[in-house]
Design a protein around this ligand. Structure first.
Ligand SMILES: [Zn+2]
Length: 415
């Protein structure tokens, strides 16, 4: 039986998924604790006016700086990204970090997936597809992709995404797909949650001849408000300590862009590569995250309700103009401290001619090709629940096997 690698940061998600299952069955917070929790959450709403005030000042400040910089925005990636801002405001109201990250990612993805589609004939798999909120903005309904994801509470929401033809609960670090089982792999925002990136990339390079994926660089951790300010005043060791805490809490394992290029180069030839979102721009965005009391893209529910209803006209105008200005400001930065990097690559381990006609899944424990979701070697039938094939190795199955089909505690767009 495959053993769990406890040094692998990605395994931190297993407890998160297990907790979601437990929440439905037994665990209930004591009423006193839940009252204090609610009071605490409501007290966080007091920063909402500050978010708008700070946003207005930052917008003015950056517009003036852009005028004085006297540089034209020439980056196609950045110019195209501006077209996607409107799509994300409702999901991330006044939350500039995920708006910028996702608009710039989509800008690269749209362009490169269109080019990729000319070289392949379907058979696209997306690893770590989540609830599909990013995926549905990249693909067309006729693309009929296969979505792999570890968290069933996320993947079940892709039932509403017409472009996803097949849903599989699987370990995306070691996907249960045979060599040449897919024509192209798309994977967004997963690799930074993986410690052993080399092993994962080798496995991916065996599965499909083409891939598009992204990473965060080490500047992602140093761009947050506290470490950024500490470094500005020369308190580097204190900044480092906080960065380590942020990485641990957000389950991130980060490298420099040079290290990442070397890693990717082990198994892939790079077709195109872009880096974006400089540490300075990331820092400006992190101030909004700080005022929203969050570190990742998911935006707190209560703040979201207020900003998307009562304050919607202001939210819409200010979020759009801030995001546009920040993207333009990012376009004229030098690229030395970029927090994101994205590649479109061609595998050195498998040729396009070697791709199978059908995507074929393999047993996650012994590697045998499955026949109707059955592994003859292990004598194991893999279950389909809620239209999702649970294709997990025994070691992971123990943590995720308690999946319950109740409506999820996670929101429809929770990533
Ligand atoms: Zn087997």
């Amino acid at each position: 039986m495959q053993k769990l690698n406890n040094n692998e940061i990605n395994r931190g998600y297993l407890n998160f998924i297990k907790d979601l299952s437990n929440d439905y069955s037994s665990r209930r917070q004591s009423s006193l604790r839940s009252i204090f929790w609610k009071i605490f959450q409501f007290s966080q709403l007091v920063t909402i006016p500050l978010i708008y005030i700070f946003g207005a000042f930052l917008l003015l400040f950056l517009r003036v700086r852009l005028v004085f910089a006297k540089k034209r925005v020439e980056s196609r990636l950045h110019l195209d990204a501006i077209n996607y801002i409107e799509d994300f405001i409702h999901q991330y109201p006044m939350h500039l970090y995920p708006i910028l990250a996702k608009c710039l990612e989509i800008s690269f993805l749209k362009n490169n997936i269109a080019r990729l589609k000319k070289a392949i004939n379907g058979k696209i798999v997306e690893f770590a597809i989540g609830e599909g909120s990013l995926s549905k903005r990249i693909f067309l309904p006729e693309d009929r992709i296969i979505g792999l994801e570890l968290n069933p509470y996320s993947l079940k929401y892709t039932q509403e995404c017409h472009h996803v033809a097949t849903r599989v609960i699987a370990d995306c670090l070691n996907p249960p797909i045979i060599k040449g089982g897919a024509a192209a792999i798309i994977c967004n925002n997963l690799l930074h949650h993986v410690t052993d990136k080399k092993k994962t990339l080798r496995k991916w390079a065996e599965i499909a001849p083409y891939a598009i994926f992204n990473e965060n660089t080490n500047y992602w951790a140093s761009g947050w408000i506290k470490p950024y300010l500490y470094r500005l005043i020369g308190l580097d060791s204190l900044a480092e300590k906080i960065e380590d805490k942020i990485k641990k809490r957000q389950l991130q394992s980060l490298r420099t862009i040079e290290e990442l290029d070397l890693l990717v180069g082990n198994y892939y030839e790079i077709i195109s590569e872009n880096s974006f979102f400089s540490a300075k721009v990331f820092f400006y965005c992190s101030i909004f995250s700080f005022l929203l009391f969050c570190y990742g893209p998911p935006t707190p529910k209560r703040q979201k309700v207020i900003m998307n209803n009562l304050c919607w006209p202001l939210t819409r105008v200010l979020s759009f103009h801030l995001a546009k200005t920040l993207i333009e400001f990012d376009a004229i930065q030098n690229r030395d401290t970029d927090t994101y990097v994205i590649w479109s690559v061609k595998s050195n381990l498998i040729q396009p001619e070697a791709v199978n006609d059908e995507i074929m899944f393999s047993c996650p424990d012994c590697g045998e090709i499955l026949q109707n979701n059955y592994c003859r070697k292990c004598g194991r039938l893999f279950e389909v629940i809620d239209d999702m094939l649970f294709l997990l190795p025994n070691a992971l199955n123990e943590k995720i096997s308690n999946y319950r089909t109740f409506s999820s505690k996670l929101d429809k767009e929770h990533l």
